[in-house]
Write a protein that binds this ligand. Structure first.
Ligand code: SAH
Length: 370
């Protein structure tokens, strides 16, 4: 049976090709055609012999993702809903800022960790994504962002219902890789719970012969799964790690993030300190500010105590919706919290919520459209 070629890293493809009787160096050529030249048609890979190309066509195929919806926010954030072969849906969000253009990728269909504020977890985990489904989010969007619909202005939301353009013509050459500068695993799912495929996708993104994406421009976001953080550390991939912290108090964190009961803050911090020491790079902590929940002076002081002496950055994100027990923080809550961190000399950034009008926060797209 033919295999999806986009599920292979370069070294896996070399092995697969030699086990099928092809010269392993072909793998580099194939990788270069698919990811650098963006040709998804073996017949057009002209530096490979005709016989080999024919056999490749018999043994491998090119998977594609179908875009079922595309929306553009007033701030130019774009959200894509993909329908997978089994009918499941995932989303990706493209966030352009000054000279940074970030693509937020999904790693699973659903999520099993059940963070109380996150819509992705409300229906549990359906399945892991294949590496090709992760990589295809990137390939499809980088092809399309040169042809975006106008930002929405008041009335009806312009929607894009296009079928995926045939990529074999290679007419998108030159545009795609210039467009996306950063990749973050912050869409639907827990990337470390789909460890193998996330790592495989990262190896494909960073392969020199292919997309040649810089490892420091790739970031994995996790709710804090200790064994997999340790495993990631051993691989020395060089990608950045973000941890969704949201509270420095075990009681509060366990309440809003059940994963904390299994992997509490003390143990998590130990592993993260080791991680940043061995990577020689700071870990980023995501801290969503929920009104009256985690924004008091005491909350800030607990955060300061927890992170003091750790090589880290803090991203504060004022919660932008209202759901269940969660509400937006008042501007004064945000201000006071920031002041506490500043006084303690802790480095933080206050992130703007992007794409609010198109519900671009994690899982919101899927929940509204799925
Ligand atoms: N499972 C991973 C990655 C997916 S979520 C993780 O937990 O990090 C990406 C980020 O969005 C996480 O920091 C998550 O806590 C945050 N998030 C999810 N829903 C949110 C919401 N409604 N408002 C603000 N942040 C949210």
């Amino acid at each position: 049976m033919a295999e999806d070629i986009k599920n292979y890293t370069l070294s896996e493809l070399k092995n697969a090709l030699s086990s099928k009787g092809f010269a392993p160096y072909c793998a580099g050529q194939v990788f270069n055609w698919i990811y650098a030249k963006r040709i998804e048609n073996f017949d057009l890979m002209t530096d490979i012999s005709k016989g080999t190309r024919d056999s490749l066509s018999e043994n491998f195929y090119f998977s594609k993702l179908k875009i079922s919806k595309r929306e553009v926010s007033l701030d130019k954030t774009e959200k894509f809903l993909f329908e997978l072969n089994d009918g499941a849906s995932i989303e990706s969000v493209f966030i352009p800022e000054n000279n940074r253009r970030t693509l937020c990728l999904s790693s699973q269909v659903g999520c099993k960790y059940g963070c109380k504020f996150c819509i992705s977890g409300t229906r549990g985990l359906k399945r892991n994504l294949a590496a090709s489904e992760i990589v295809n989010q990137y390939l499809t969007i980088s092809d399309l962002i040169g042809r975006k619909p106008e930002p929405r202005s008041g009335g009806a939301t312009p929607r894009f219902d296009g079928a995926l353009r045939h990529q074999s013509t290679g007419c998108a050459r030159g545009i795609p890789e210039k467009a996306i500068t950063n990749v973050v695993f912050m869409g639907i799912g827990e990337p470390l719970d789909n460890f193998e495929m996330t790592v495989k996708a990262i190896r494909i993104f960073t392969e020199h012969k292919g997309l040649n994406f810089s490892k420091r421009r790739i970031s994995i976001s996790t709710c804090g799964i200790i064994p997999q953080i340790e495993q990631l550390s051993l691989l020395k991939l060089g990608v950045k790690l973000s941890v969704s912290l949201h509270s420095a108090d075990d009681k509060i964190r366990s309440k809003i993030m059940p994963v904390n009961s299994k992997y509490p803050l003390g143990e998590l911090m130990k592993v993260l300190r080791n991680f940043s020491e061995s990577e020689k790079y700071p870990v980023t902590f995501e801290y969503a500010l929920f009104g009256s929940l985690n924004t008091s002076k005491l909350d800030a002081q607990k955060l300061i105590r927890l992170l003091r002496g750790t090589n880290c950055k803090i991203n504060l994100i004022p919660y932008n919706a209202s759901q269940g027990d969660f509400k937006q923080p008042a501007p004064s809550e945000v201000e006071d919290f920031c002041k506490e961190l500043e006084n303690a000399g802790l480095f933080y950034t206050l992130r703007k919520s992007r794409g609010q009008d198109i519900h671009a926060a994690c899982g919101q797209l899927y929940a509204l459209w799925g």
